[in-house]
Design a binder for this molecule. Structure first.
Ligand code: UDX
Length: 445
């Protein structure tokens, strides 16, 4: 009989994982403690913007015409316990307020609720990003509180927002931290299709599996901060960081990816993961091993401040008082509506606090942005945001912004100055339309 799978937590990770498991042919039951989310998902609606996810849900959610009917959602833990052979825990681990460490309370409470309903033989699989050592602790919790024959495995998730469906169905690798052959065998069954299609399957112990995730994100963050440090040097020495990245990227050992200089990284993962990793290293007595991540973080945060300075220079140098600033982009990256730790909104917020009149436009992130920064101004289109602006900041590289007509924007702007915080606009096109185009880490033309 085909395995029955449950997915606990239906955020970016869980909703995508649940739909992907149904796509792979399994019967899936998803759980969330927020009833509104369950109502939406049961109707085939996604509570966030993620390309392709709604289509995938529609293919599988029970009750939707033409669907496989393999995917259902519930708020009942008992139902989860009765249903599942394999339970994936996909709840989030945000940064604790005012601390570097991550908040494990959602993971802990998911395990506390799950353990007592596990009356039959089952495998619990942690997917959340956690501090190393958590799996061992949670395995002990299950051993103590689950009535059935229950084991734990750790299987970190590497999906990127905006590519969540693709990354889940065709992962770069599947990493499983296990303590028994039985657990490994079950997970090989779960991931049989992607592994047949070429995804490497890496078997490790618990701590290594937990660390693979934080190490990968730390490496990615380091790459971005490295190129942003080079952007600082380029600006001082009149070099061009985009050309530099292209040239060093030809060396396959370095590679071309993740070397886009600009306002830096944000989102719900990279910033909090490197901080939580530093906090954990401190607890383990090896904080020196990760002091470089402090620098990675501070280079990254400096980018935001630097963009604010460039904008202040552009509007005259002294202050933002009486100046109108158009901000194109609110999300932390394109193809997402996620504004968590978004460099774009951080820059917009700083300028607003310094007296500037900021108007933000984003193709998908407006609702979330308004909720988080209610005092900023918002426009319904890029053109409206730019109307009357003394400077335009391009801070999230949506395709829509690359396709804008600089001539039309120039008609409505108060001054034709655009600062490209993502090195993604066609500077030549903007200059031809009469704009002063300035990009981070590139020479002034
Ligand atoms: C990241 C990891 O990529 C993913 O593997 C992990 O599972 C979760 O964290 P995500 O946060 O969705 O994924 O976004 P990612 O595409 O990695 O981008 C993170 C941030 O870095 C964005 O703000 C992006 O704009 C920025 N970035 C990325 C750069 O500034 N330069 C680059 O070259 C690449």
């Amino acid at each position: 009989m085909a395995l029955k799978i449950t997915v606990i937590g239906t955020g970016y990770l869980g909703a995508t994982h649940a739909a992907a498991m149904a796509e792979l042919g399994f019967e899936v039951l998803g759980l969330d403690v927020v009833p509104e989310k369950i109502e939406m998902l049961s109707a085939g609606k996604v509570p966030m913007y993620e390309p392709g996810l709604e289509e995938l849900l529609a293919r599988h959610v029970t009750g939707i015409e033409g669907s496989s009917g393999r995917l259902r959602f519930t708020t009942s833990w008992e139902e989860i316990g009765e249903f599942g052979d394999v339970h994936f825990v996909c709840v989030n681990t945000p940064q604790k307020h005012g601390e570097y460490a991550c908040d494990m309370s959602y993971v802990d409470s998911a395990f506390e609720s799950l353990a007592p309903v596990l009356t039959r033989t089952a495998l619990v699989v942690g997917k959340s990003t956690v501090p190393v050592g958590s799996a061992e602790r949670l395995a002990a919790l299950l051993a103590e509180k689950a009535p059935g024959d229950v084991e734990l495995a750790w299987n970190p998730e590497f999906l990127r927002e905006g590519f969540a469906v693709q990354d889940t169905l065709h992962p770069d690798r599947v990493v499983v931290g296990v303590t028994s052959e039985r657990a490994e065998k079950l997970l090989r069954e779960v991931y049989a299709t992607p592994v047949e299609e070429g995804s490497p399957f890496v078997v490790t112990d618990y701590p290594t599996a937990e660390l693979v995730k934080t190490a990968a994100n730390s490496f990615l963050a380091t790459k971005i901060s490295f190129i942003n440090a080079m952007a600082e040097i380029c600006e001082a020495a009149d070099g061009d960081v985009v050309k530099l990245a292209e040239a060093i990227g030809h060396d396959e050992r370095i590679g071309k990816k993740f070397l886009r200089a600009g306002v830096g990284f944000g989102g719900g993962c990279l910033p909090k993961d490197i901080r939580a990793f530093m906090a954990r290293a401190g607890e383990l007595g090896v904080d020196q091993a990760l002091t470089f991540l402090r620098e990675v973080d501070s280079i990254n945060m400096r980018r935001r401040g630097h963009m604010v300075e460039l904008a202040r220079d552009a509007v005259g140098g002294d202050s933002f008082l009486g100046k109108r600033v158009a901000v194109l982009g609110a999300t932390f990256k394109p193809d997402s509506d996620d504004v968590r730790d978004s460099p774009a909104l951080n820059v917009a917020g700083q300028i607003h606090l310094q007296g500037g009149q900021v108007t933000v436009y984003d193709p998908k992130g407006m609702e979330n942005a308004r909720r988080l920064f209610p005092t900023l101004g918002y426009a319904e289109s890029a053109l409206d945001a730019v109307r009357g602006a003394d400077v335009v900041l391009h801070l999230t590289e949506w395709r829509e912004f690359r396709e804008l007509d600089p001539a039309a924007l120039g008609e409505v702007a108060s001054s034709r100055i655009v600062l490209d915080g993502r090195n993604a606009l066609d500077g030549g096109k903007w200059r031809e339309a009469g704009w002063t185009y300035r990009a981070m880490g590139r020479p002034r033309a």
